[in-house]
Design a protein around this ligand. Structure first.
Ligand code: ADP
Ligand code: MG
Length: 313
């Protein structure tokens, strides 16, 4: 069982980036308004994600780490229209199976918090004084999967990916204050309570000018931003669908259908009825399916078209 748990964990957790993504999503699902990410050596020796969200009661700490334990889905109907970022109950159990794992949490309505540690695989819950919220500490990722550990890139390369991820989430959740610390140095902070535009100016820089566009249909809408970095520049697309960071060919091809649009920085945020999006494709969840992909294509295309005024295709 230890072995099958490790193999299953490898499906969900590919690298430090995947851990950080899962933990940030948990914090957002818990309603956090502040999320602090701390890394050691690109996340290879330490990943810690601390939030000020709703927390977990002490009795439920071991349950949260059990496989397929989720508090977010309770019916088949829930599964048809997933409203939270997480729903599989696989992240914490997977991370725990392949790292030295600690969990600290306090619910705002309880006077005290608790920590969860493992001693020879046995969970131990201890009462500790904590601020409301949850901190997950992940040390020595893949210490027990040396083959997987060997596939990790340098600390600097792992760090760069995570840094982009945290900044992408800052774009998508401008009301949340994110911070990122690497090897003891503060490398990124968003203030929370801000606007997407302010964050774009902070992260992309406000030169060259960032153009914005939007398009609304009956039940769906799209907002997008573009920074033209010149004819030779790389095409860099960040896209979110219902608050979930995705990599999607429909969105990409809708934009790249315009000759002038195949370059520069793009941010696309789509909002669709939950039942029109199937996120249940892969445990790592960066691919999704649209029930009506033709409509999504048109929506994104129309918003991009509005940017095109003054350009020729
Ligand atoms: P999922 O997010 O798919 O439910 P996870 O393994 O990521 O599964 O988390 C398991 C459960 O632990 C969640 O359903 C939630 O109840 C609890 N949990 C995890 N992280 C947090 C957090 N940061 N704040 C509050 N509860 C959390
Ligand atoms: Mg989760």
């Amino acid at each position: 069982d230890g072995l099958s748990r490790k193999i299953a964990a490898g499906e969900v957790i590919e690298r430090p980036l995947s851990v950080v993504k899962e933990l940030i999503e948990n914090s957002l699902d818990a309603g956090a308004t502040a999320v602090d990410v701390e890394l050691g050596q690109g996340g290879k020796v330490l990943i810690s994600v601390k939030d000020n969200g709703g927390g977990i009661v002490p009795e439920e700490l071991p349950l949260a780490v059990e496989k397929h334990a989720t508090s977010k889905i309770s019916s088949e109907a829930d599964l048809e229209a997933i409203a939270t970022l997480g729903y599989r109950g696989e992240a914490l159990s997977s991370v725990c199976a392949v790292s030295h794992f600690e969990l600290y949490s306090r619910r705002p309505d309880l006077p005290e918090g608790a920590s969860l540690h493992y001693e020879n695989g046995v969970p131990r819950v201890t009462a500790v004084p904590l601020r409301p919220g949850t901190t997950v500490v992940v040390k020595d990722l893949f210490y027990n999967l040396p083959a997987r550990r060997k596939f990790l890139k340098t600390a600097a390369a792992e760090f760069r990916r995570i840094s982009r991820l945290v900044q992408d989430y800052a774009f998508a959740y401008p009301a949340v204050a994110f911070s990122l610390t690497h090897d003891g140095k503060s490398v990124f902070k968003s203030s929370g309570g801000g606007s997407v535009e302010k964050l774009l100016a902070q992260i992309w820089g406000d030169e060259p000018e960032i153009r914005a566009s939007a398009f609304e249909a009956a039940t769906s809408s799209v907002r997008l931003w573009w920074q033209d970095l010149g004819p030779q520049s790389r095409f860099q697309l960040v896209s979110f669908v219902n608050g979930r960071r995705v990599s999607d060919a429909v969105i990409r091809s809708a934009i790249q259908g315009f000759h002038w649009a195949t370059r520069g920085n793009w941010l696309v945020m789509l909002s669709l009825p939950a039942e029109d999006v199937d996120v249940n494709v892969h445990p790592a969840k960066s691919e999704i399916l649209f029930r009506r992909s033709g409509e999504v294509y048109d929506l994104v295309r129309k918003a991009a078209e509005r940017l095109a005024k003054g350009f020729s295709d």
